[in-house]
Design a protein around this ligand. Structure first.
Ligand SMILES: [Fe+2]
Ligand SMILES: [Fe+2]
Length: 171
């Protein structure tokens, strides 16, 4: 009798391991030259993702369960406040460049599983690192040095966030 194929459970499908930056990510971060207008649009996309990160961290910090997550829950609140600061900085920079800062919020990710929440948060941080590396190079190409500096400060924090999450996930 043929053995039944193992059933793919929903939780197995969700158990995508969190990952560190790969060569493909770094390739994707090769900066594309853009106009000022295109850069403003890209920064507005980044701003919508800062709002998403803020919202997602608030939700995850509240919804995460289990004593092993107490320390990281407190850290997620700190992250949320830092994403708020990033949003303020980006909105100011977009305004300085003559753009209109967005109020759009990119789609947040939630899960009933605390570990999956951390993986979702890490995925967002790794994406932010790739985007801000690219944005810094684009600001440099347009000789927008004040913007570059603001983006560098944001990037440093996103790298710390990714490390906090990798530590919590024991990667
Ligand atoms: Fe951020
Ligand atoms: Fe972050």
């Amino acid at each position: 009798m043929a053995k039944p194929a193992p059933k793919k459970t929903a939780s197995a499908a969700k158990a995508k391991p969190a990952r560190t930056l790969t060569a493909a990510d770094l390739k994707r971060s090769t900066p594309r030259a853009v106009t000022r207008e295109e850069l403003i649009d890209l920064l507005n996309g980044d701003l919508a993702k800062e709002f998403q990160a803020l919202v997602q961290y608030v939700q995850h910090a509240a919804a995460m369960t289990g004593p092993q997550y107490d320390a990281i829950k407190a850290e997620l609140i700190v992250h949320s406040n830092e994403e708020h600061a990033h949003a303020i900085s980006l909105a100011d920079q977009i305004d300085f460049m003559g753009g209109v800062p967005t109020v759009d919020v990119a789609q947040a990710h939630i899960s009933p599983d605390s570990k999956v929440m951390l993986e979702q948060d890490l995925e967002g941080e790794l994406d932010a690192i790739v985007r801000y590396r690219e944005r810094i190079a684009q600001a440099e190409m347009l000789q927008e040095y004040g913007l570059r500096r603001a983006l560098e400060d944001i990037l440093i924090t996103e790298e710390e966030h990714a490390r906090d999450l990798q530590d919590a996930l024991d990667l």
